[in-house]
Write a protein that binds this ligand. Structure first.
Ligand code: SF4
Length: 346
């Protein structure tokens, strides 16, 4: 499809292929970022990342497309220079949440069917290889193939996402604008993560290095500690952590598992609360209260134990691998890994 989006759309979705084409046409050079004229862009990008570090939330302000596309690029360069897995994931999630808000609004308000169709094509088809069409049957609804729906909805635990609870007709699932866009949050996050991973700039301009160093120093120690690859965590815990990293809402039982497991392996309240920062409904006060309650520092003063593997299996939270053989509780997993490694080295 050769029809092009308007510049206002490129400002909202700077990760689209057309935005990259725009940058290409401007003959932009990395060293231009050292010019005083572009200082406000570097500062804007840096402020947005700082806000993500401090509040874990995206900035929804919207400028002209030239500014937004360049800010998006500078942010990626700064993130690349900081080189923190945790911050990179957080940034990609924030970008996905930002686009999500604009996209829901656009799908609800674009009156012109052809504009809506073009946007759906550019975001869903071109980027994610997924067919989404405005429904001819129901007003303000969208149609997604059942196979595409199932591929993405398995990440959600809420009952309303189960296929049995959806309106399905002729191999298509009907979704409202919020649901249609919600379906792709994890995918957009992962796509951005992959782009940052693949990006290989010839060098990092001095202004970017400078901002990266300042921001790096402001990353809380707890986050840096948690960024260490938790290779010894059991699969159920890693699965929950991965879902949170892409902004999925964990069911209560998964949060209890995560918090009690972290308490059992000696993490402090601060570290555990910061783990939940990516949750879409994150409220620091509530999270802290719940973790302190599980730690036995509030209410009944009883410290909660990690749920058993049987209980987690029944709750649909178990993702056992061969290394889980014989376990009755996830806290045993580290010992099992050690034994597994030792026996396989002989
Ligand atoms: S068997 Fe136990 S430790 Fe392994 S994934 Fe399942 S619940 Fe977690």
């Amino acid at each position: 499809m050769s029809i092009r989006l308007g510049t206002a759309d490129l400002a909202k979705y700077p990760f689209l292929n057309e935005a990259a084409e725009y940058m290409h046409q401007t003959y932009f050079n990395l060293d231009d970022l050292n010019l005083p004229e572009l200082g406000h862009i570097v500062e804007r990008a840096s402020n947005r990342i700082r806000s993500e570090i401090e509040h874990g939330k995206p900035d929804f302000t919207l400028e002209r497309h030239e500014i937004e596309i360049l800010t998006f690029l500078v942010e990626i360069l700064i993130i690349k220079a900081i080189n923190s897995d945790n911050l990179t994931k957080k940034h990609c999630l924030c970008e996905a949440l930002r686009a999500e808000k604009f996209l829901v609004h656009d799908l609800k308000t674009h009156a012109e069917p052809s504009t809506k169709k073009l946007l759906l094509f550019k975001v869903f088809k071109e980027l994610l290889k997924m067919d989404v069409l405005p429904s001819m049957k129901y007003q303000l609804m969208f149609e997604v193939k059942v196979t595409d729906y199932l591929k993405r909805s398995h990440l959600f635990h809420e009952q309303e996402w189960k296929l049995i609870n959806r309106l399905v007709h002729d191999g298509r699932v009907f979704l409202d604008p919020d649901e249609t866009v919600r379906l792709i949050r994890a995918e957009v996050t992962n796509l951005l993560l992959e782009r940052i991973k693949q990006m290989n700039p010839s060098h990092i301009p001095a202004t970017i290095k400078e901002q990266a160093n300042i921001l790096k120093a402001s990353i809380p120690t707890a986050s840096r500690k948690l960024a260490i690859a938790p290779s010894a965590y059991p699969p159920c815990v890693n699965h929950a952590l991965n879902l949170m990293a892409v902004g999925e809402n964990l069911p209560h039982s998964a949060r209890v598992m995560l918090a009690t497991y972290m308490l059992a392996i000696g993490k402090n309240i601060e570290e555990i609360v910061s783990l939940f920062k990516n949750a879409p409904d994150y409220d620091e006060r509530v999270s802290r209260y719940q973790v302190e309650h599980l730690a036995g520092e509030r209410g009944s003063r009883v410290r909660y134990l990690v749920p058993s593997c049987t209980k987690l299996r029944n709750d649909g939270l178990c993702f056992a691998t061969s290394q889980c053989d014989g376990l009755i509780n996830p806290v045993q997993f580290g010992r099992a890994v050690k034994y597994y490694r030792e026996t396989n080295l002989r």
